[in-house]
Design a protein around this ligand. Structure first.
Ligand code: SF4
Length: 277
């Protein structure tokens, strides 16, 4: 069996940066409080918890004077302010691509546009971007959600950093036909674009695609969707232990792709297991 590894794959720039920053902070302070899961990979979080990471779900969970960490996908300005009140030290791990999306949303709003965000309304990154908008804002999951309320209005459109390019393009096209003025910022991050492209290439070469990454990771979910849409059998797992021999049997070439928050050690484990099958 041939194993084809997607290129690029694994940790994206933003997550690598967040993990390095967090590891340095843990070494220096011993205990660091992250608001929400700092990286969307349960196995990597468990590893960091062994070094002193504590995940809390509200700013009130951070003890007064403690060190806190802002995850790669950012928080709302209100949560940042609440952390500032409690923490002696805030380490900001927000990815620059996410910061860019937050800034673009803020600017569009200040320029008087209705802000339209392509994204998952419940995702922390999207909540953070929405929090930067002072005026009217809507989160849509695709072109099918464009309604008459936007007809004739000025709309500023951007995307959650991990959305599929095709979905964003279709949303923008939908607004072109109903709206006299649109301003578009393509805020899908480069790491996401490259990983999505790599899965499309795998689909042309492999008889099965394994997508490795956290079930809570938005960018991993999109990779699994792209694999499934391609028609090539696609399996989404979090770790090698979930892979069964029956899925691999009879496939001459297996492609592996990993989300931007999947650490290299999980990838190595999977390759090792595949080689033994
Ligand atoms: S997926 Fe993109 S936006 Fe998210 S952390 Fe990685 S580089 Fe940053």
């Amino acid at each position: 069996m041939k194993i084809i590894i997607a290129e690029p794959t694994g940790l994206c720039f933003g997550v690598k940066r967040a993990i390095t920053t967090l590891e340095e902070a843990l070494k220096r302070f011993g205990r660091v409080y992250a608001l929400g899961s700092p990286i969307h990979n349960p196995q990597e979080i468990e590893r960091l918890e062994n070094f002193g990471l504590a995940v809390v779900h509200e700013p009130s969970g951070v003890p007064e004077g403690a060190v806190s960490f802002v995850r790669a996908h950012g928080v709302t300005p209100e949560i940042f302010a609440a952390l500032r009140e409690r923490s002696a030290n805030i380490i900001d791990g927000t990815c620059p691509f996410v910061k860019n999306a937050q800034e673009r949303a803020k600017t569009l709003s200040q320029e008087g546009y209705i802000v339209i965000i392509l994204g998952d309304v419940s995702h922390p990154e999207v909540r953070g971007i929405v929090g930067c908008v002072s005026g009217e804002v809507h989160v849509l999951s695709g072109a099918a959600e464009i309604t008459e309320q936007f007809r004739g209005k000025r709309c500023g459109i951007l995307s959650q950093t991990t959305q599929r390019v095709e979905t964003f393009a279709a949303l923008v096209a939908g607004f072109v036909s109903t709206t006299p003025e649109i301003k578009v910022y393509n805020t899908i991050c480069r790491a996401t674009l490259a990983r999505q492209q790599s899965v499309r290439r795998l689909a042309g070469e492999a008889e099965g695609i394994i997508v490795l990454g956290g079930k809570n990771s938005a960018n991993t979910r999109k990779l699994a969707e792209i694999g499934a849409v391609s028609g090539v059998p696609t399996l989404w797992i979090e770790h090698a232990g979930e892979l069964e021999r029956s899925w691999v049997r009879d496939k001459r070439a297996i492609g592996i792709a990993a989300g931007g928050s999947t650490p290299d050690w999980l990838m190595k484990e999977l390759i090792q297991k595949l080689k033994m099958m």
